[in-house]
Design a binder for this molecule. Sequence first.
Ligand code: URA
Ligand code: SF4
Length: 202
Amino acid sequence: MDNLAQEVISCTKCKLCKSRTHAVPGEGNVHTDIIFVGEAPGENEDKKGIPFCGASGNFLEKMLESINMKRGEVYITNIVKCRPPGNRDPEEEEIESCKEYLERQIDFIKPKVICTLGRYSLHYFYPEFIISKVHGKIYNYKDTIKLIPLYHPAVGLYRDSMKKVLLDDFKIIKEVISQNSTTQQEKKIPSSSKQEEFDLSS
Ligand code: URA
Ligand code: SF4
C-alpha cells in the first residue's frame, strides 16, 4: 500500500494532476473489514493530502462514533484521488484513469464491506442505481464483499432530516459487521434488515 500511495502522489495519468496541491491516496487501517469510498478530495483534502478531513469528515467521524467505531479502524478513500478544480464533478475519463488505484486498494485490503458515500461513488459500482431508492440496503457486490450505498456525509451537514437518514443507515453497517464475525451457521442476515441481493459481479 505504501507503493500505491507513492504512485498516486506522483501520478500524472489525468489532467487533475495539474491543478492539485496534494493527491489524496487514502488513509486508515489496511487490516479493516470496511472501506468507505467518497467522491473526490475537496479543498481541505487537497491542502492536506488526507481524505475527509473537513466538515464532511467530522460528520463521518461522528457517524462512526454512533456505531462505536473510530476512524482509525476503517479505511477511507475516494473514487478519484485528486481534487477537481472548484469541486466540480469528476469527469468520466478522470474516473477511468484513476480506477486502477481503487481496484488495487480493494484487492489489497479485501474488505467485507464497501460503503459508498454519495452518488458518484455508488455509480462507480452500480451505474444504474438511484441513491434515494438504495441507500442503507445491503448488496452482494462480490462473493465476499457486501456493498452498502450511503448518502454523502455533506448532505447531512445542513439538513437534520438527512442527518437522521444517514445515522439510521450507519446502523446497518454495524449489523453486517457483526453478522460477518459470527459462526458459519449464524451467517444469514436477519429478516429485520433491508437486504436486497443483487449479484452484479459476474
Ligand atoms: N468529499 C469527498 O467525497 N471526499 C473527501 O475526501 C472529502 C469530501
Ligand atoms: Fe492520477 Fe487519479 Fe490524480 Fe488523475 S486523479 S492524476 S489518475 S491519481
